[in-house]
Design a protein. Structure first.
Length: 255
């Protein structure tokens, strides 16, 4: 074994150790400090842009940083962050097309981007989101995020107006919308809750579906559970506030 070989092996080991340390630190920070986690993941990507885990983790971190930016004045920054997130997520999927976390990361980013888009682009994104969720579940049937994506997809399609669904199905290539059903939406969201019972946004979207199906008592049960759970992620303050607002609306309807 030559000295050069030994030095290269030592260098490779040191680089691998540094990469693993950065990823581990990013994973630790990601739930409550996504911007700090992003810095770690992007440091890994600066050294190796083809690192699959760093790509999909950076995409999710960027999505989480963009989440609170709801004001009109923040739209440009939110879009910029979402653009970067989509690039990372697409790269992860391209590098690892069978990776459930990579597929989920792209579906998550597209789902949040779709909220501020026009009907034509939302339909295009929705078709891709469904495909990504199905592929993620084929790779890992216990991926709670993928179940949430698919449950939310059914809910979003079925809460479009009748005119929007008609236009989507007949003029914008949204024939896959015919596959949407309330039962499938409920099944996937309930599965997401079962897989991760303390994840607030699983319960919040399940409560919304119950409201849409005129099941206020069942919805309130989910909302009450949310109010009794601790914050695990930075966005949980937003989800908790939305749960309080939804519960107040349900209470008002009963009066």
């Amino acid at each position: 074994m030559t000295l050069t070989y030994v030095l290269l092996a030592v260098l490779a080991s040191a680089q691998s150790s540094a990469r693993d340390s950065l990823i581990a630190e990013g994973v630790r920070l990601a739930p409550m400090q996504p911007a700090a986690a992003l810095a770690r993941f992007e440091t890994v990507l600066a050294a190796d842009s083809a690192d699959v885990a760093a790509n999909w983790r950076a995409a999710i971190a960027l999505n989480d940083v963009a989440q609170p930016l709801r004001a009109r004045a923040e739209r440009e920054r939110r879009d910029s962050l979402s653009d970067r997130a989509e690039r990372y997520a697409r790269r992860a999927v391209r590098l690892a097309p069978g990776s459930a976390p990579a597929l989920f990361s792209l579906g998550l980013v597209l789902g949040n981007r779709a909220l501020t888009r026009g009907i034509k682009e939302r339909i295009r994104m929705a078709t891709e989101i469904r495909s990504l969720a199905l592929r993620a579940l084929a790779a890992d049937s216990s991926h709670d995020g993928a179940h949430h994506l698919l449950g939310r997809w059914n809910y979003e399609v079925l809460t479009l107006s009748g005119v929007e669904r008609f236009v989507a199905k007949h003029f914008l290539g949204g024939s896959v919308f015919r596959e949407a059903s309330w039962d499938e939406g409920r099944r996937h969201l309930e599965r997401a809750v079962a897989l991760d019972p303390t994840r607030l946004f699983h319960r919040l979207d399940l409560a919304r579906l119950y409201v849409a199906r005129d099941q206020p008592a069942t919805a309130r049960a989910q909302l009450d559970r949310i109010l009794g759970l601790p914050d695990r992620f930075a966005a949980d303050t937003i989800y908790r506030r939305e749960a309080v607002e939804l519960r107040a609306k349900l209470q008002k309807r009963q009066q």
